[in-house]
Ligand binder design. Structure first.
Ligand code: HPA
Length: 273
C-alpha cells in the first residue's frame, strides 16, 4: 500500500476509535464563517492537533476542530477551520482532510469561503453560489503520483459543482428570501489581496469573485467522486473607482455579518441531500 493510503488509514482508524462516523455530508467552513459550528448538536469534536497526520491551522478566525454531530437533525462532519496553501502547507496537505472525509463515508461536500467580488453588481455581504471555477493561479493538488485507490489520473471537470445540489440550494434560497448570485470563483494563492491590475485581470478572464481557498479542496473531492457545493460570501469589492484598501479584519467582519444567511442555507440544504 502507498504511503499516502497508509497515512489515511491511520487517520481514519484514530477517528473511528473516537466516534462512529455515519454522516454522508461533510462541511468545510471558511474564514470568519466558523459560527455554523455553534449550531451543530455536537456528538464528538476532535482537535486537529490530536488527529494523526492532520495539519494544524494557524490563521486567525479558524477553530481547528473536526466536529461530528447534527445540523438541523441531519448527521454531518464539519471542519471548523481549513488549511490554506498560503499558510505554508503543501497542496496535498491542504486536501488531506477531504480525503479523510471521503474515507469516513462522506459523499456530499459543502464548502464556504470569504471572497472578493470583481463582478460590479455584487455587494459586500452578498452570497454567491459557485457554479464553476478557475484554478490556474494555484497549484493543482493532484500533481504527483496518482493515487489510483482514490481516483483517476485525469479527472473530468465539466461539473465541479454538482448541478442538482446547486438547483436545490437555489430553491431553498428563493423559499427563504435569501438573495443569491451564481457565478465563477477564481482561486489565488494569497496571502496578499490582489493589486488593482490583478483584480481587473481576474474580472477579464470571466470570474465573479476571487479567493484563497476552496478550489484545491474541490479538485480533491471531484477526484475521489464526491459531489461538491460551495458558497462565497462577498467580503470586499476588488473593482472600485476609489483606492480600495482591504484588510483581513474587514473580511472577517463582513463574513460574520453575512453568516446567518449561510447557516440557514446549509441547514436547509443538508436535509434534502
Ligand atoms: N481576494 C482574495 N481572497 C479574498 C478576498 C480578495 O479580495 N477577500 C476575501 N478573500
Amino acid at each position: 500500500m502507498s504511503e499516502l493510503m497508509n497515512k489515511l488509514n491511520e487517520t481514519v482508524s484514530y477517528i473511528k476509535s473516537k466516534v462512529t462516523p455515519e454522516a454522508t455530508t461533510g462541511i468545510i467552513l471558511g474564514s470568519g464563517l466558523g459560527n455554523l459550528a455553534s449550531v451543530i448538536e455536537t456528538d464528538v469534536a476532535l482537535s486537529y492537533t490530536d488527529i494523526p497526520h492532520f495539519p494544524v491551522s494557524t490563521v486567525k478566525g479558524h477553530g481547528g476542530k473536526l466536529i461530528f454531530g447534527k445540523l438541523g437533525g441531519t448527521k454531518v462532519i464539519v471542519m471548523s477551520g481549513r488549511f490554506h496553501f498560503y499558510e505554508g502547507y503543501s497542496a496535498q496537505q491542504v486536501i488531506y482532510p477531504v480525503r479523510v472525509m471521503k474515507m469516513l463515508g462522506v459523499q456530499n461536500l459543502l464548502l464556504s469561503n470569504a471572497a472578493g467580488a470583481v463582478n460590479p453588481n455584487y455587494k459586500v455581504g452578498d452570497l454567491m453560489l459557485i457554479n464553476d471555477h478557475i484554478s490556474f493561479f494555484t497549484t493543482n493538488p493532484l500533481i504527483g503520483k496518482n493515487e489510483e485507490d482514490l481516483g483517476t489520473r485525469f479527472p473530468d471537470m465539466s461539473e465541479p459543482y454538482n448541478f442538482e445540489i446547486l438547483a436545490k440550494a437555489k430553491a431553498i434560497a428563493a423559499a427563504n428570501n435569501i438573495h443569491v448570485h451564481e457565478g465563477v470563483y477564481t482561486a489565488v494563492t494569497g496571502p496578499t489581496f490582489e493589486t488593482h491590475a490583478e483584480y481587473r485581470l481576474i474580472k477579464a478572464i470571466g470570474s465573479d469573485v476571487v479567493g484563497m481557498s476552496t478550489v484545491q479542496e474541490n479538485i480533491a473531492a471531484v477526484h475521489c467522486g464526491m459531489k461538491v457545493f460551495a458558497v462565497s460570501v462577498v467580503t470586499d469589492l476588488g473593482i472600485r473607482e476609489d483606492n480600495n484598501v482591504i484588510t483581513h479584519e474587514e473580511v472577517l467582519q463582513a463574513a460574520k455579518e453575512a453568516e446567518p444567511k449561510l447557516t440557514l442555507l446549509f441547514k436547509e440544504l443538508v436535509k434534502v441531500l
